[in-house]
Design a binder for this molecule. Structure first.
Ligand code: ATP
Ligand code: MG
Length: 444
């Protein structure tokens, strides 16, 4: 097995070796190279102690020095160089009590989570694969290094990491590893929201977001995302649907781009359906109000996941409007654009199309044709520069004040009224005309 190391990585390893230390590329970069994928970063593991690493290079940063990690700058790029270590006892299922450095590469590889992540490589020695990682890569298997139950008891996050790698790589989870996850899923409650969210985002933005089903099957979502379990357990009897809420949602996730906001919006668009479900006398299910309640629930869930406000706002606006289906006339699309915000319209159209693909084939062609027409009209509105926000009006708040309206809420009220008028008829977005309306309205 030959891996092409980038020049700066070769140089870092070479310098450490010339100074009498061992050094290898390790972990994700070795795994990805062996699979023919381009690694997004290269980590180096070394027998050198952190102080020795720092002595070998001109430019270093103490990124995680207490864990033995030094960042080395080489040819303008950064690399994390970490001293071989063994983790001390895990008393709380979260972090090791202490970290001990070791002179043995084998000990360092043994503490790593999965066989495919526990390989090292350099040009002097070639591949170091002590746990069958290469074989597991070729058979597409995620398998713990050592006893899975022990490994998950040390760090419960590894259970979710197993599912995340299985989604990113489209690998199966080996039997003993999977049954240990099912047995110990409850212990994920010891893990912080931030660490769980980081793995979940990687899972749902992967090429296989459908693996979120395994998060439910293993019992892990019950711990941090019980709303998902409700969705998986809610059938929907309706001619527009052929899946329960959970499986419909998975289909929708597969049909949007692997983008954080888009995949989260798809994941949450029907989150309120279990709460809103009402069955009519004919046995058909209805979910009145689920987009609005869903937007509120999404906000709470994403806050609990400790996501940033930009992400939360971007997702909730899509959830809130995902079910609006105005007849595609230019005026209706201007109104929709003004409610949603022009920036969110492409995402909303993408989500709505994906939503159709997650439904039964009943009226599918009509639904898609309606969305095509909505998109065409939206593109026209943009290219014609038609007014859809107060900021696009031919007058501003200053003009309203200059017309003699006292500062206060009346200014905003007048601007909103002008906007509504211009949305109805874009020809009215004319400065003289609008100034005349301000004059007329201020007297009322
Ligand atoms: P990615 O492509 O997502 O960065 P990665 O394999 O590099 O994948 P990281 O989370 O960056 O994953 O971790 C780097 C390496 O550190 C892993 O390949 C693995 O060897 C080890 N590792 C990371 N987290 C754990 C953990 N919780 N338990 C054991 N080993 C871990
Ligand atoms: Mg990494």
């Amino acid at each position: 097995m030959h891996i092409v190391l980038p020049d700066p990585v070769k140089k870092v390893i070479d310098i450490l070796e010339k100074n009498g230390h061992e050094a290898y590329a390790v972990g994700g970069c070795v795994r990805d190279s062996m699979m023919g994928k381009k690694p997004h970063d290269w980590d180096v593991t070394t027998s050198a102690l952190p102080a020795e690493v720092k002595a070998c290079f001109d430019r270093t940063f103490d990124t995680g020095i207490e864990h033995g990690t030094v960042t080395v700058r080489m040819y303008g790029e950064s690399f994390e160089v970490t001293t071989y270590r063994v983790d001390g006892d895990y008393e709380d299922g979260r972090h090791p009590k202490d970290v001990t450095f070791t002179a043995s590469l084998k000990e360092d590889l043994k503490r790593r989570d999965f066989t495919i992540n526990a390989m090292a490589y350099n040009e002097t020695t070639g591949l170091v694969d002590l746990f069958g990682g290469a074989e597991d890569i070729s058979s597409g298997i995620i398998r713990c290094v050592g006893d899975p139950k022990e490994r998950f008891m040390e760090d419960a996050l590894r259970m979710l990491r197993a599912l995340r790698f299985s989604a990113q790589l489209d690998f199966m989870i080996e039997e003993a590893t999977l049954s240990a996850i099912k047995e110990l899923s409850g212990t994920l409650s010891k893990i912080s929201a931030e660490r769980i969210t980081a793995e979940m985002i990687k899972l749902i933005t992967s090429d296989h977001p459908e693996k979120i089903e395994a998060v439910y099957d293993t019992g892990l979502s019950a711990i941090f995302f019980p709303e998902w379990d409700e969705m998986m357990a809610t059938p929907q009897h309706h001619r527009h649907h052929c899946y329960d809420v959970g499986h419909h949602t998975i289909e929708v996730m597969k049909h949007v781009r692997p983008d954080k906001v888009m995949r989260l919006a798809a994941m949450l668009h029907d989150v309120a359906k279990p709460v809103c479900k009402k069955t009519d006398p004919h046995g058909e299910d209805h979910f009145v109000g689920h987009p609005q309640l869903g937007a509120d629930m999404s906000r709470d869930i994403l806050r609990r996941f400790k996501l940033d406000n930009a992400t939360i706002d971007g997702v909730t606006v899509l959830v809130r409007h995902h079910d609006e289906r105005p007849e595609p006339t230019k005026r209706n699309v201007r109104r929709l654009t003004s409610r949603v915000g022009a920036d969110h319209m492409p995402g909303l159209l993408e989500l709505k199309r994906a939503d159709v693909y997650g439904q039964s084939e009943y009226k599918r062609e009509e639904k898609l044709a309606e969305l095509d027409e909505t998109e065409r009209l939206f593109d026209e509105i943009v290219s014609d520069g038609e007014c859809v926000r107060v900021a696009d009006l031919a007058v501003t708040g200053k003009d309203v004040i200059a017309a003699g309206v006292p500062k206060g809420p009346e200014i905003g009220r007048i601007l909103k009224k002008l906007l509504d008028m211009v949305i109805e008829d874009p020809a009215k977005n004319d400065r003289e005309y609008l100034l005349a309306r301000i004059d007329e309205w201020k007297k009322q």
